[in-house]
Design a protein around this ligand. Structure first.
Ligand code: NAD
Ligand code: TYD
Length: 344
């Protein structure tokens, strides 16, 4: 039996990954360790605890709390740590960067120390394409590219990556790192662009497109990302980095057109607003190294956007309470005074 600690397992990608692990192997036990910030929600794991009660365990805790992390690793007999726990939203990192440095950098260090102390546990770090910074022309980022983060969020994630690599080089910790493109799918907090725009559209509220909307992202379906992470755990080379994405990016305006069409909502909902500070224009990943492990995404970005739009249309029970809660205050702080741009 493998005992995997999934930090941040009550968040969007984490909860999908927990489901993936428990469904794919009866020989895996999962302990979720999560602080339950605004983004971490027990209802994301409700069906998991019902279906896999005997192989699933939940601990509420902060990854910056070394004593609690170590107690959990020892008590649950953990042999593998997969670290999803992070502050994750660029716009929040622009408003208040401190939590990003604390959780994403210091918290990762605490987990690495626990992994080292308890017998050099297998450690996988969930990172992001944003650590490469935005890239020009038609180039794609490869794993050996220099890091060039440009937001407080991506700078924190890049710092964490460097710590993970340093623990491998210095202490021989058996690590891997994956850098994923934008994930979309069930249970994503509606601050990120696709669930924000889908839920706004479902409520007939304008979709605030930053600037000209021609920024490019690779929107991958979360289940594809989870499958790749699992494969890296099984077959990835220790000490290596792996990019995960579809390898096909599109503009934000194209993404909006697709989701409006899927939901049968009018284009008049599109509203261009003042751009994000330091907005990264384009991310694009070369994913050939991960493809070579034998993985392939099942969804194109367009299919992922359509499937995500349908999930939110059909699961209002999940997102309506969120939008009626903390989210309102957040929305007002980011969008309340934002200048609307002239569409001409
Ligand atoms: P999310 O914001 O939905 O979830 C983050 C989870 O971490 C939440 O459950 C939260 O409660 C928990 N958490 C936050 N601070 C914590 C702390 N101090 N201690 C313990 N738990 C804490 O994020 P997500 O979108 O699921 O992202 C998960 C990981 O994937 C992150 O590391 C992120 O950087 C990375 N990533 C995300 C994307 C994306 O598109 N969402 C793309 C690439 C990489
Ligand atoms: P986001 O989901 O925040 O992810 P990323 O970390 O890649 O920035 O945003 C994705 C893209 O959508 C990015 O180019 C910014 C843009 N965007 C908007 O145009 N309007 C919005 O309200 C948000 C949240 C994002």
């Amino acid at each position: 039996m493998q005992n995997i600690l999934v930090t941040g397992g009550a968040g969007f990608i984490g909860c999908n990954f927990v489901r993936y692990l428990l469904e794919h192997s009866s020989r895996i036990e999962v302990s979720v360790y999560d602080k339950l910030t605004y983004a971490g929600r027990l209802e994301n794991l409700k069906d998991v605890s019902e279906r896999f009660g005997a192989r699933y365990h939940f601990v509420q805790g902060d990854i910056c709390d070394a004593a609690k992390v170590e107690d959990t690793v020892a008590a649950r007999n953990i042999d593998t740590i997969v670290n999803f726990a992070a502050e994750t939203h660029v716009d929040r990192s622009i408003l208040a960067p401190a939590a990003f440095v604390q959780t994403d950098v210091y918290g990762t260090y605490v987990l690495l120390e626990a992994a080292r102390k308890y017998g050099n546990l297998r450690f996988h770090q969930i990172s992001t394409d944003e650590v490469y910074g935005h890239i020009e022309g038609r180039r794609r980022s490869v794993e050996s590219d220099a890091l060039a983060p440009r937001s407080p969020y991506s700078a924190s994630k890049a710092s964490a990556d460097l710590f993970v690599s340093a623990y491998h080089i210095t202490y021989g910790l058996p690590v891997t790192i994956s850098r994923g493109a934008n994930n979309i799918g069930p249970f994503q907090y509606p601050e990120k662009v696709v669930p924000l725009f889908v839920t706004n559209a479902l409520e007939s509220i304008p979709l605030p497109v930053y600037g000209d909307g021609k920024q490019m992202r690779d929107y991958q379906f979360v289940a594809d990302h989870c499958a790749a992470i699992y494969l890296i755990l099984l077959r990835g080379r220790i000490g290596e980095l792996y990019n995960i994405g579809t390898g096909a990016e599109m503009t934000n305006l194209d993404m909006v057109e697709i989701l409006l069409e899927e939901l049968n909502r009018p284009r008049s909902l599109i509203q261009h607003v003042e751009d994000r500070l330091g907005h990264d224009r384009r991310y694009s990943l070369d994913v050939s190294k991960t493809l070579a492990l034998g993985w392939e995404p099942d969804y194109t970005p367009e299919e992922a956007i359509r499937a995500t739009a349908r999930w939110y249309r059909d699961n209002r029970w999940w997102w309506q309470p969120i939008r009626d809660g903390e989210f309102r205050e957040y929305y007002a702080s980011v969008y309340g005074d934002r200048k609307v741009l002239d569409p001409r």
